[in-house]
Design a protein around this ligand. Structure first.
Ligand code: NAD
Length: 330
């Protein structure tokens, strides 16, 4: 019987020894490459008879898919999957799945970190220490006023896996939370103890707004000048979801001109951003390098979840998070 061939097209781990050990007794051939910048011909040769692909950054387009006659499953290593032509995969009867749940704690923690850093004016506190050292006496003038974090009101836009975790964390700080999520079922709202509200109400009333929807035609630029002007001048905005949900030019103006008090941003429309990126160098904006997903624990978690999908495939079971629907009769 032909052994199932699993090919990793590219990976970010130092090595895949753990995966090899996990599959040592399974009826599989396991091959791993770094094909992100490989010429097309090499990709075609390496992947030609693969049954399962584990893909990180390699572009799996229609042309490549046409040349993968054995392929039945593509596992995208991560949350997004825009490098895989899902429509073409479906036409070729190839199941595509992904791993959207390996780093929800990390992203929620990063959102909390940015909320706290902005509210507690972290960068200004650092400046204040330097000024005070130079003067030989405390000078807090660039920092004040700071308002207490607990007891304020937060707005969560998008209350899925990550947003709902942030909800619990904020409540732990004694913060009242408003939620905007047009797709949250009544049952889920009951479970979370919330009543979803219109975006405008959340923006107008919250002292801080944290953004957690997926990027779609609906959420693309959902926060622009109009929305930022609705927010309180003392409010802050945090985005750890996707760069294109917030219009960067409008946010730069909002923070420079005091429509809002500041922002914490982990994600960008172009990644990494250019040197001339409009949000750089604005004192009340904290930027982080799209690293909310990262921790060593999340790194282990994604490997375990991908391994689970490989095992499910070997047992003839569907993946944990399928992206497309494949006609079972094929
Ligand atoms: N910064 C990072 O490193 C990092 C890592 C992982 C995920 N993310 C991003 O975090 C975001 C949330 O991920 P998740 O796993 O919680 O997704 P999810 O699918 O579990 O939740 C998304 C929520 O957004 C809601 N939503 C959809 N359209 C909306 C709209 N128009 N307005 C308000 N809410 C809307 C959905 O109903 C859903 O509840 C995604 O954008 C994801 O790409 C970022």
């Amino acid at each position: 019987m032909k052994r199932t061939k699993i090919v990793v097209t590219d990976y970010i781990e130092p090595d895949l020894d753990w995966e090899r050990a996990e599959l040592a007794n399974a009826p599989v051939t396991f091959e791993a490459y770094q094909l992100k910048f490989a010429p097309r011909q090499e990709l075609l040769t390496r992947l030609a008879d693969a049954d399962v692909l584990v893909v990180n950054m390699v572009r799996v387009d229609r042309d490549l898919l046409q040349n993968l006659p054995s392929c039945k499953l593509i596992i995208r290593h991560g949350v997004g999957y825009d490098n895989v032509d899902v429509a073409a995969a479906t036409e070729h009867g190839i199941q595509v799945c992904y791993v959207p749940d390996y780093c929800r704690e990390e992203v929620a923690e990063q959102a909390m970190m940015l909320l706290l850093l902005c509210r507690r004016k972290f960068t200004r506190q650092q400046e204040s220490l330097e000024v005070s050292i130079r003067k030989g006496q405390w000078d807090f003038s660039s920092v004040t006023p700071i308002r207490r974090f607990s007891g304020t009101k937060a707005g969560i836009v998008g209350c899925g896996r990550i947003g709902s975790l942030v909800l619990g964390m904020l409540r732990g700080f004694g913060i009242e939370v408003m939620v905007h999520d047009p797709y949250l079922s009544q049952r889920r709202q009951d479970e979370l103890g919330i009543r979803c509200q219109p975006l405008e109400a959340v923006l107008r009333e919250a002292d801080m707004v944290t953004i957690h929807p997926t990027l779609s035609h609906e959420t693309h630029y959902m926060i622009g000048e109009r929305e930022l002007r609705m927010m309180k001048p003392t409010a802050i905005l945090v985005n750890t979801a996707r760069g294109a949900i917030v219009q960067a030019e409008a946010l730069a103006r909002a923070c420079r001109e005091g429509w809002i008090a500041g922002a914490g941003i982990d994600v960008f429309e172009k990644e990494p951003p250019d040197e001339s990126f409009v949000l750089r160098g604005i004192p009340n904006i904290i930027l982080t390098p799209h690293l909310a997903w990262y921790s060593e624990d999340a790194g282990l978690s994604i490997r375990q979840k991908i391994m689970e999908d490989i095992r499910r495939f070997l047992e003839g079971r569907p993946p944990r998070f399928p992206i497309n629907t494949i006609d079972a009769k094929r």
